[in-house]
Design a protein around this ligand. Structure first.
Ligand code: NAP
Length: 275
């Protein structure tokens, strides 16, 4: 039987690193720690090696399309595809950051929504039958949804929203923010929140598409929230450790063969949340 493989983006530190640690212990196959920076990635591999674990490494910068396509080609060639993909990489400006909000909007959506979508565009065709895809989103995305205008909320929650329409909405958030028309257009003032509303909605759209286009492949794709976790992103006051933050993403990644749900859901503390 061919060797199974799991890939985790942005896993040189924080929750991503903890996900790799947990998968190394629980997943029967090769686990790839990936990082945009080779030096930081290799350091992280070394730190897990000192715990007696053996992750493999591949460079992967989700903001760089050539890095995504090179990694996709590598996994296709070496493993014939991918069994588990966890899209964990993301950025967040600190609350105190003085960067103009319009710049924050563009930069944040670029990584958290558009680059993660690029990953899905190039990796979804590689996901093997029985595969699991987990998009690490956030409770902030759910809260942000509730703070959007009723018209926007209706679109994000609708079953008939297409990927193209969603991409248009994400572009509109950035454009309206730049023009100073964000509020009148129904958007709250949180770039990170909107990026995660978009990622969760994208997960639901793509799960519906997988069910339609590959009905017999048993692939499960979900978005999740790791909880509030002590990392460089969230600071040291958060209640959960990175290992605790990894629990829900890893649970979704390791849903046993034959499981049919959750699929296309937003999951927190291993429970499906209303959207
Ligand atoms: P973190 O400690 O800041 O780690 C983020 C990781 O993403 C780092 O490895 C970073 O790499 C990587 N990354 C950023 N941009 C990248 C790119 N273009 N290509 C590849 N990797 C990239 O954050 P975290 O708290 O562990 O967050 C992990 C995930 O959980 C994120 O999706 C976040 O939104 C989500 N989340 C976190 C919390 C929380 O409380 N911490 C709550 C809800 C959701 P570098 O080291 O190179 O920067």
């Amino acid at each position: 039987m061919s060797v199974k493989v799991a890939v985790v983006t942005g896993s040189n530190k924080g929750i991503g690193l903890a996900i790799v640690r947990a998968l190394c212990k629980q997943f029967q196959g090769d686990v790839y720690l990936t990082s945009r920076d080779v030096g930081r990635g290799e350091e992280a591999v070394k730190s897990l090696s000192s715990e007696g674990l053996s992750p493999k490494f591949h460079q992967l910068d989700i903001n760089d399309l050539s890095s995504i396509t090179a990694a996709a080609a590598f996994f296709k060639e070496k493993y014939g595809g991918v069994d588990i993909l966890i899209n964990n990489a993301a950025i967040a400006f600190k609350a105190a950051d003085k960067t103009p909000f319009a710049v924050q909007a563009e930069v944040t959506l670029k990584t958290n929504f558009f680059a993660t979508r690029d990953m899905l565009t190039h990796f979804l065709p590689l996901i093997k039958a029985g595969g699991r895809v987990v998009n690490v989103s956030s409770f902030v995305g759910a809260r942000t949804l509730n703070n959007c205008s009723p018209a926007l909320q209706q679109r994000f929650r609708s079953e008939d929203i297409t990927e193209e329409e969603l991409v248009g909405l994400m572009q509109r958030f950035v454009a309206k923010t730049k023009k100073g028309e964000r509020k009148d257009d129904g958007w709250p003032e949180t770039a990170y929140g909107v990026s995660k509303t978009g990622l969760t909605t994208l997960s639901m759209i793509q799960a519906r598409r997988l069910s339609k286009e590959r009905p017999n492949d048993g692939i499960l794709l979900n978005a999740c929230c790791p909880g509030w976790v002590r990392t460089d992103m969230a600071g040291d006051k958060a209640p959960k450790s990175p290992d605790e933050g990894a629990i829900t993403p890893v649970y979704l990644a390791l849903l046993p063969p034959g499981t049919t749900e959750p699929h296309g859901k937003f999951v927190s503390d291993k429970e499906v949340q209303t959207w």
